[in-house]
Design a binder for this molecule. Sequence first.
Ligand SMILES: C[S@@+](CC[C@H](N)C(=O)[O-])C[C@H]1O[C@@H](n2cnc3c(N)ncnc32)[C@H](O)[C@@H]1O
Length: 270
Amino acid sequence: MVVNIDDDFNFLVRKISKSSGIILTGYRDTYLRRRIDLRMKIVGADNYATYSGLLEKNRSEMKEVINSLTVNVTEFMRDKTPFMFFREEILPDIMERKKKSRSNIVRFWSAACSYGEEPYSIGICSKEVLPEDWSVSIYATDIDEKCLKGASRGIYSKEQLKNMDPSITRKYFEPAGEDFKVRSIQKLLIRFQRHDLTSEPPISKHFDAVFCRNVMIYFNENQKIKMLNDFYNSLSDGGYLIVGKSETLPVEIRELFTPVSVKEKVFKKV
Ligand SMILES: C[S@@+](CC[C@H](N)C(=O)[O-])C[C@H]1O[C@@H](n2cnc3c(N)ncnc32)[C@H](O)[C@@H]1O
């Protein structure tokens, strides 16, 4: 009998996709193989068919493999300089534009927000820069419900707050036992919501900026193009797109966004 590894792999991916509800066809093949191979090594399965059979019987391994596909690593003010750029360049520009249109409402989308460090960072920077009476609303979305649950609790360890100036930590967090809790989450107007970037329509609001950092690396070219088109439609004219430090925009959509800072991976809707 001829064994077709690709068929077995595709069957396995479909099985994981069905169980998780994550449309894995948009993810890079090499990424999926790397993650699945790692799980197989851990449980001692030496081919995709065996691992498929194992997933059938073992629900906890199914959870493990799904978890391993959604890498949740994140940080407050991740990479620091893009958030400095946000404070020093992007927010003042948004403020000027809003003043011209006599508006004081600013909207952001943190797409693939993980445990909330990114949307809270956006909120804190905005509160620091924008006038007191301005309203800031942040949509924070992720495919992973456990992240969203953690994010809406808003509790972080001292280690997780290490990138932040102590005065900022004191201002925006209150002690919660050994940890720190975001002071009045409501005041920061962050809405946490499940959203799958591969299969759901964009959240259509006139966003002033969309942060989508460190998730595009897992997607294949078609999925990237679909997602960036969605962001284009979600942004207001001249709105900003901020992607991860190691991410690049596919050539196909480069006419939709113009670079503002190549170093910080900041683009503007054309
Ligand atoms: C590495 S974290 C990035 C978090 C944050 N943006 C940052 O840069 O620190 C990647 C996040 O993407 C989420 N994710 C993966 N696939 C997704 C999808 N199809 N739709 C929405 N979020 C997804 C994961 O659940 C994870 O929380």
